[in-house]
Design a protein. Structure first.
Length: 124
């Protein structure tokens, strides 16, 4: 079971979701739903640098992307950055990005290997 910490900076419209340990699609889904049931920010950073996500499948990543699409209208014009250092994680995150690019709502998605570059992109 992963430890998932959600930090919100309402002034900057930024939410940072940090995941530590082995995580499942169900845990990520619960976090997505919980985050979107409260005050939503335009900018979201998923920090998976300390997460173990090797158990996630391509189908689960597609399902996660579809789950977020239920809430995406609330973030029109926003950005989502995913930070994941491993090659496997990077590939899964890019798959998520591609699914999101096919939506009608304009929210930019980008995958990074380091948190600093992700924050720069989000806040520019």
């Amino acid at each position: 079971m992963a430890v998932i910490v959600v930090e919100k900076d309402i002034d900057r419209q930024l939410t940072i979701i940090s995941v530590t340990g082995e995580t499942t699609a169900e845990e990520i889904t619960r976090t997505i739903v919980a985050h979107n049931s409260h005050e939503v920010t335009k900018l979201i950073l998923w920090d998976l640098t300390k997460a173990m996500i090797q158990s996630l499948t391509g189908n689960q990543v597609r399902d996660l992307a579809q789950t977020t699409q239920q809430f995406i209208e609330r973030r029109e014009g926003g950005k989502t950055a995913i930070v994941v250092p491993s090659d496997l994680g990077f590939g899964l995150a890019r798959m998520y990005d591609i699914v999101q690019e096919n939506t009608q709502v304009q929210v930019s998605h980008m995958t990074f290997r380091g948190k600093e570059l992700a924050l720069q992109w989000l806040l520019e």
